[in-house]
Design a protein around this ligand. Structure first.
Ligand code: 13P
Length: 253
């Protein structure tokens, strides 16, 4: 199921820097992105930086076409939560986006789907757009359980209703394709995106954007973007190279 042709898709290409970077490296990367941003045409560009560098992103990118965001957010507003960063703090640095429930956080920090939904609610409350990540492991896929696992991850998000869903972005990132060089084929990705689109449509939120993530590179981006339900990419490793990241965005036909 694709979106209605009367509303053209606005593609979003978002970098997830993960725990990479330094002030010096980021300065070079960001200046490369700013210098080449026009190559992205109508495609929206965003970078999700480690929290200590959000100030740098804010200072460098304010007034440019590139938006920025964070990689995680607390469910709490304030208080004795050592190490946590609230949505209001992210808003103080003019973040537009925050990743919620990246598979690395689900796997390494035990984040449940209910917690991820609570993080999305916290982000929305501060005016940020949550980018909610879902995806199956290779074992899930091999067991024929991909849709079942993704459906379970989606349930608490879908329960937030059409208004909340219309103010967020979803990202499908098969765990087996992250950092492995092994991308889902465009057909495999589209099958899951179509499944997610149908679930969104059932809630009255068919227009919510769905990004694909997992070893996206300039060489495979065009075929992914040609799929009817892939509205952009969430890019890890390739987002650390300005030229490669911009080439991904420029792959949107
Ligand atoms: P890679 O593009 O490095 O596979 O990472 C994908 C990802 O996890 C983006 O959030």
């Amino acid at each position: 199921m694709s979106q209605t042709p009367s509303q053209p898709r606005k593609f979003l290409v978002m970098g997830n820097w993960k725990m990479h970077g330094s002030l010096a490296d980021n300065a070079a990367l960001l200046s490369g992105l700013v210098a080449g941003a026009q190559r992205a045409g109508d495609v929206q560009l965003a970078v999700c930086a480690p929290a200590p560098y959000l100030d740098q992103a804010c200072r460098t990118l304010t007034g440019t076409a590139i938006t920025w965001g964070a990689q995680d957010v607390s469910v709490h507003d304030r208080g004795a939560y050592t190490g946590e960063v609230s949505a209001a703090m992210l808003a103080d640095f003019a973040c537009s986006w925050v990743l919620c429930g990246h598979s690395e956080r689900r796997a390494m920090h035990g984040e449940s789907s209910a917690l991820v939904a609570a993080k999305a609610v916290a982000a929305l409350g501060a005016g940020l757009t949550p980018v909610v990540c879902v995806g199956e492991t290779l074992a899930d896929r091999d067991a024929g359980q991909a849709e079942c696992v993704i459906g379970d991850q989606l349930d608490p998000i879908l329960a937030l209703g059409a208004d909340a869903l219309s103010r967020m972005v979803l990202a499908y990132e098969p765990v087996w394709a992250i950092g492995t060089g092994r991308t889902a084929t465009p057909e495999q990705a589209q099958a899951v995106h179509g499944f997610i689109r149908a679930a969104l449509a059932k809630q009255g939120a068919a227009q919510t954007r769905i990004l694909y993530g997992g070893s996206v590179k300039a060489a495979n981006a065009a075929a992914l973007f040609a799929q009817p339900d892939i509205d952009g990419a969430l890019v890890g490793g390739a987002s650390l190279i300005a030229d490669e990241f911009l080439n991904i965005a420029a792959s949107v036909a």
